[in-house]
Design a binder for this molecule. Structure first.
Ligand code: ADP
Ligand code: MG
Length: 491
């Protein structure tokens, strides 16, 4: 019928606008490399912030003692303690607890959020067993993984640049997040010092290196996305401090904010960006007439003003929401789900990426999982097999665009490091290991397989043989604890 034809038209348009042929991905990778250089050259030189982490040494394996870590960066936060036994012992004992953050605290006040976190931390410290040893007279020390863009001022201090990933808290931007946490810890009557402030990418890099000496970069693909890597200190023109002894500096790229005219951005992404908590800078006043907001003008403006657009194309917070927007358009213009628009389909963020992933991985012949999800989440019952197949196709287009762009981003980093071709150290092939963390990569198999296939395709066989993506689930917690250890006040 005409309706189905319209649905197919929308699908075809989506497919075309989301296309990521290898040539385009190479352009994205090259743009990433160029932006990295620009971001390292000067403060504000690129939308890629290329933040200096103050981490100039990664763990060696000889760290010892009891250390805590706190990981805040998504919908959950985690507290962790670890007893480090040095070269021989490594991690003697490790315990953690996960606490979900009440949604109202994600958009409330700074002190409420930090009080909630500090209270959970105090409770966790109170449960410390005898297997953990704190030498007499010492303060407990903590590595704080705070996965939002921070302008670091030392290894243990830094000011928040902006909230991302659905957080919107008044009065924290521009504040030192360690000072905020420390005040909350004191309000709890807890005796603990924050000795390292890191981002989850830095934590993952540190944790990854602890177990594998060839880890030189870390990528997060979870609620958000980001990357960090080891840079030569003398290749950072904007760094005016003393060159570290190691000659190295870990850079937190904040690649979620990467943008390039080569990114395949659709009307759905534009609308999502405009309606998000952290929209790109306001280009139009609400009084601007619709005709003024013509397509080309918007496109040009948006290329300059999108916020966190790379993250919005790739990460777990947004993939399901993009699918919802496509299905909504199909409902509106092609009556895909009947004559009326299912009310729940109009609810933002109602379709979460894990549900999208479950539909996408449905292997049953009648796509039973898709049917159930559509019914349970969107209140759409009695869908035909044809409709279900269409839903899966939409998931496929959105997931693969994200995965392929993530692969292009990784290639950009490898290029910057000169590791995108097979390197030989004498007769040995030099290994390059990327520590990977995040629920999206870990659980969305079609996504992670597509990422790896795409990277392989771009690198070629020889280089692929020397490059390893290593899943380091929750490596950032242990990484933060390790960095707390290497920056202990007692060293
Ligand atoms: P965070 O990024 O908040 O630190 P995680 O690394 O655990 O947390 O990632 C959680 C994110 O991973 C979720 O927001 C979701 O988008 C994604 N995710 C979790 N489980 C799945 C799944 N089964 N399929 C697809 N995505 C998933
Ligand atoms: Mg995380």
């Amino acid at each position: 019928s005409g309706r189905w034809a319209r649905a197919m038209e929308i699908l075809k348009e989506l497919e075309e606008n989301c296309a990521t042929p290898i040539g385009k991905l190479r352009q994205v990778a090259d743009a990433m490399t160029v932006e990295m250089l620009a971001g390292l050259a000067s403060e504000g030189g690129s939308k890629l912030k290329m933040l200096i982490s103050y981490v100039d040494n990664l763990p060696k394996g000889d760290e010892t003692g009891l250390f805590y870590a706190l990981d805040l960066g998504g919908t959950n936060f985690r507290v962790l303690r670890v007893q480090l036994g040095g070269k021989g012992g490594r991690v003697v004992k490790q315990e953690f607890e996960e606490v979900s953050i009440p949604p109202n605290l994600m958009v409330g006040s700074s002190s409420e959020l930090f009080d909630f976190i500090a209270a959970a931390l105090a409770k966790f410290v109170a449960s410390e067993g005898e297997e953990f040893h704190l030498p007499v007279g010492r303060q407990r020390e903590l590595g704080f993984t705070f996965s939002f863009p921070v302008k670091q001022t030392s290894i243990s201090s830094g000011t928040l640049i902006k909230w991302t990933k659905g957080f919107a808290i008044n009065g924290t931007v521009g504040e030192d997040v360690v000072a905020e946490l420390t005040k909350a810890i004191e309000r709890q009557g807890l005796d603990m010092r924050v000795t390292a402030l890191v981002n989850d990418t830095i934590g993952t890099l540190a944790g990854g290196r602890y177990y594998d000496n060839d880890v030189v970069a870390a990528v997060i693909l979870g609620t958000g996305t980001n990357a960090a890597y080891v840079e030569h200190a003398q290749a950072i023109p904007k760094w005016h401090g003393l060159l570290p002894k190691s000659g190295k500096m870990v850079i937190n790229m904040e690649w979620g904010n990467f943008r390039s005219s080569h990114l395949p951005i659709t009307e759905y992404d534009q609308a999502l960006d405009a309606e998000s908590l952290n929209p790109g800078e306001q280009v139009f006043s609400s009084s601007t007439s619709l005709s003024t907001k013509n397509w080309l003008f918007r496109l040009i403006c948006n290329l300059f003003f999108y916020s966190q657009i790379f993250e919005k194309l790739i990460s777990g917070m947004y993939l399901g929401e993009i699918v919802r927007r496509v299905l909504l358009k199909m409902a509106e213009e092609a009556a895909l789900f009947g004559d009326s628009i299912p009310p729940k389909l109009e609810v933002q963020f109602i379709l979460r990426t894990p549900d999208m992933s479950a539909m996408h991985h449905d292997t049953s012949s009648d796509l039973r999982v898709v049917g159930t999800k559509l019914k349970d989440i969107l209140g759409i019952s009695n869908t035909s097999l044809k409709t279900r197949k269409l839903v899966v196709k939409v998931c496929d287009i959105i997931a693969k665009r994200g995965a392929r762009l993530a692969a292009a981003g990784i290639l950009g980093v490898l290029k910057k490091q000169g590791r995108d071709t097979a390197l030989r150290d004498g007769s040995d092939m030099q290994r390059t290991v990327i520590a990977m963390d995040g629920g999206l990569y870990e659980h969305y198999t079609i996504f992670s397989n597509c990422l790896e296939t795409t990277l392989r395709e771009m690198l070629g066989e020889e280089a692929t043989a020397s490059i390893v993506i290593k899943l380091a689930s929750d490596g950032s917690g242990i990484g933060a604890a390790l960095l707390a250890a290497s920056h202990s006040q007692y060293l």
